[in-house]
Design a protein around this ligand. Sequence first.
Ligand code: ZN
Length: 434
Amino acid sequence: MAVIGLDDTDSRREGMCTTYLATRLAERLEATAGSVKRLCLIRLNPAVEHKTRGNAALAVHTSVSAAEAFRLACDELESLAIETDAQTSPGLVVAPGDPDDVPEVVCEHSRRALRHKHRLSETLERIETAGYRHRGWAAEGCEITGRGRIGALAAVGAWAAFEDWTYERIAYRRFERCGTPRRVDLEAVFAAADSEYPTVWDTVDREAGSAVCVPNAPGPILYGIRGDDATAVEHVANEIAASDDTESVETQATFLTNQGTDSHLANGSIGSLRAAAGYRVDGVVSMPPETRAGGHVFYELTAPETGATVDCVAFEPTKRFRQHIRALRVGDRLTVCGEHTDGTIKLEKFAVRELNRTEQVTPECPDCGRRMKSAGRNQGYRCRDCDTAAPGKRERLVVRDLERGWYEVPPLARRHIAKPLVRGGFDAPVHPER
Ligand code: ZN
């Protein structure tokens, strides 16, 4: 047995994609040497900026020996992934044995890869200590050779490191069609998505009327169907492929993934948040939401115990999510989730724990009903016409457009790794977007 880890073979220019390489490699392993037990698609720290879009690494679990797996993987990588895009720095790591048996130091590398930025030098030490085969490549003009080994080692350790797994069924285009507009039957997409919802999620954004499963970026993926059950995602993918209005699918593959799991989030406290890491933090709204240039909505959250503050932002592409953010008031108690960078949390979801349902208003005169006037600093209020007085402002109930529980960005704005509310397991009522 062997575990093959691959990363950083994506290229914006050439439309290559690591999942496609893993699919090709799996087909070749099965055709020549043995069986493939599973394909894993691992989303790494979404905040690490130099990485290719999506920041994914792949693992292939196979019955083939490590030596033979390494030879075949090198061959596939060299035939498909080495090209001219100076951003790519592919890496390969092959571990002998069962994926459940990788050492703890490798599991820890996998877990940290979701919330930290590993260095290549320390990664190579771990690979050497574990005795794994590895190789790195560099496109012409790329300064670092085989940086992809950071993600590749994370993919090797992922099976033992993580507990929550979801599925993605990926349908690939015929390679010569890559770069041309995708032809996918949207009616079939919406019908198939409805037939398996909520086991299959984030296929479409019903409110926006868009097919989230069809990527915009160039590359060989025609669509990817995500969910909690392998049979259900395959059913939806087949329904779409069966339509005459969908272009012909070259091949399909099912991946186990950490997508939709929130495994990039850790509990944190305002005032001690690291940069480029995902968090779940509690706080009280201390500055009201404000829509700024570009349509991004900001507010300030404070930890009442320490007085430390952090800005929270719902970016314009999160669309209707911003309505919930604009409905927040100073005094609302929340839990917010998202990536923290430069003193700002980019919101992915939040929970309303307690709403501030009152406001202080100037009292009205009990005789004439008109609003009283201030009687001077700390003198209360009075009505000059009726000679009535009140000691101070009075409290009034405010109607709120929010309820207790979790709110999230819509499917079209979801990060790969963020957990949709419809998957369940949250600590309060949920208000899922679909
Ligand atoms: Zn009056």
